[in-house]
Every structure is written in C-alpha cells, then in structure tokens.
Design a protein around this ligand. Structure first.
Ligand SMILES: [Fe+2]
Ligand SMILES: [Fe+2]
Length: 285
C-alpha cells in the first residue's frame, strides 16, 4: 500500500483553444484524458506534479486552459498541485495565471523554486530554465538554496523535481538541450535524503542516476520522441503517457502510465489474480 502517491504530468504543451501541436496533437485532449483516468481509477492521489513545458508557447490563454482542466480534478481528488517551469513556459504568465501572482510583482529573471510538503514527503521543485533558451541550467544561488532546504531531513524523505534531466541522453537533440553541469547538482544532493529525481523535457521514458540517486524521466503527455529512429533521423511519434511516483515503505518508486489508447487484453478482479498466484506458490511449496 502506497503511503504517498504523486502523479507526474509532464510536457503537457497546452496551446490556446483550436491550436494543435505540430498541427496534429490535441494536447488538451491528452491532458483531459489523463485526468479522467485518474478520476475513474478512484485511487488516492496526494499531489499532481506538472514538471514543465506546461504550455507550448507560454500564452496566458494556454495556462488558463491548463488550470481550468487540472484544478477541479485536483480538488475532487484532494490532491495538491505543484507547477514547475519548463523551457516552453514563460515566467510571467506562469506566475500570474497558475500561481495568482500580480504581474507587477513578477521578475522574469527570477526562478520559481519551491518546496511543498506532501503528507510528510518533501517535494522540492527547481526551475531549470533560462528565458529564451531551451537547454537547462541551475544558478549557484539555486544550488545554495537547495543545500539549505536539504540541511534537515524530511519525515518521509525528499522527491526532487526539475524539468531538465541531470543525465546524458543517447538522443542527439536531447543531449544538445541537456542540463548544464549536472555534477554541481550531484554535489549538493550527495548524502541528502533525496530518494528520487523526477524530470521531463526529453519526451521519452528513461532512467539513470546522479550521485547514486535514481533519476526518472517521465513520458510526456504531448507526444514522444522515437528513441530508436534510423541513424541520422530525429522523429516524433504520436503517443503519450504520464507517471505515478509512489512511496512504498521507504522507497520512492516511479512507474510509467502508458496512456496511448490500447485494447484491453484482460480485465480481472485483482483479488482473483492474487488468489491464483497464492495457489500457484502453495503448489510449488
Ligand atoms: Fe517538452
Ligand atoms: Fe522541455
């Protein structure tokens, strides 16, 4: 039984009404399908973490659409929402439309870093973006702030969220848009209570480690990159998903939720399956 469940929705790339990404993907439909799946599952969700590229072009209308879709479902689920900046986002619209900030108070050069308590699990979100750039970087000031936050451990440990994965990529374009100097982040995290680093940005599902801490790249809700495209080709594919992050005992576990419509192969009562497995185990001695 999961002690804490967080759903990671990443790279939603919402556009204003009537606009589709690459002219083919209704990203708003993908988002609402995922939210509908969460409602239909009737499972406990403690937080929805949106890990960047929330909108495709940073338009205020797109943030309003995103918020209009996410907030009612979060309220129904009793889930907190954590909005994190990505390279397609725009800081002023992000802060005013999602966080209710006064536009006059928003400095577009100030990063949106935050720490949120989710049922004893500390979620720290870093803004790895730089205005008008698509690669990632963390300022020394952010690393100092992070070190300060991590000085005291949290009751159930810490989940770190940032848009740009702090690991290399086998996909050339993704590698080009990587986070600069991830080892600086690794130095801050070494020996801390961070149990998992959760990212988006790459539009693929992948994992590695930084300073011995697992890094999860969650599948994007907009579309995915072909990770075995013919040599010399960079290819986007229609397909999407999101992730669940569960605290199981003291272990943070990341699990992809493939959301591209698929045929049901079987659909049985969970208890029947468990009973069958127990019977097989008993038989085997
Ligand atoms: Fe993205
Ligand atoms: Fe991105």
């Amino acid at each position: 039984m999961s002690e804490v469940t967080i759903v990671q929705l990443t790279d939603t790339h919402i556009r204003p009404a009537g606009e589709w990404v690459h002219g083919m993907v209704d990203t708003y439909a993908n988002l609402t399908l995922a939210l509908q799946q969460l409602r239909a599952s009737q499972r406990r969700v403690d937080a929805l973490v949106l890990s960047g590229d929330l909108t495709d072009t940073g338009s205020p209308e797109a943030y309003q659409r995103l918020r209009g879709a996410v907030e009612p479902v979060a309220a129904e689920l009793g889930a907190q929402t954590v909005y994190v900046m990505g390279n397609h986002d725009e800081r002023t619209a992000f802060a005013t439309e999602l966080l209710g900030a006064d536009p006059a108070d928003v400095d577009p050069d100030t990063t949106h870093d935050q720490v949120v308590d989710v049922a004893g699990l500390r979620v720290i979100a870093l803004d790895s973006t730089t205005p008008r750039r698509h690669d990632g970087r963390l300022e020394q000031r952010q690393l100092d702030w992070l070190a300060e936050q991590l000085r005291e451990p949290a009751p159930r440990g810490t989940l770190l969220v940032l848009h740009h994965p702090p690991i290399p990529s086998p996909v050339a374009a993704t590698e080009y848009l990587r986070l600069e100097r991830p080892e600086l982040l690794g130095e801050v995290l070494a020996g801390s209570d961070v149990g998992l680093i959760v990212c988006g940005h790459n539009h693929l599902t992948g994992a590695a480690a930084l300073a011995g801490i697992p890094v999860w790249i969650g599948p994007a809700l907009a579309y995915r990159i072909d990770t075995i495209a013919p040599s010399g080709r960079h290819r986007g594919l229609i397909g999407y998903g999101y992730s669940r992050i569960d605290l199981l005992g003291s272990t943070l576990v990341a699990t992809a939720i493939e959301a591209t419509p698929a045929e049901t192969l079987y659909d049985r009562p969970e208890q029947d399956v468990l009973d069958q497995l127990a019977a097989l185990a008993a038989e085997a001695g």
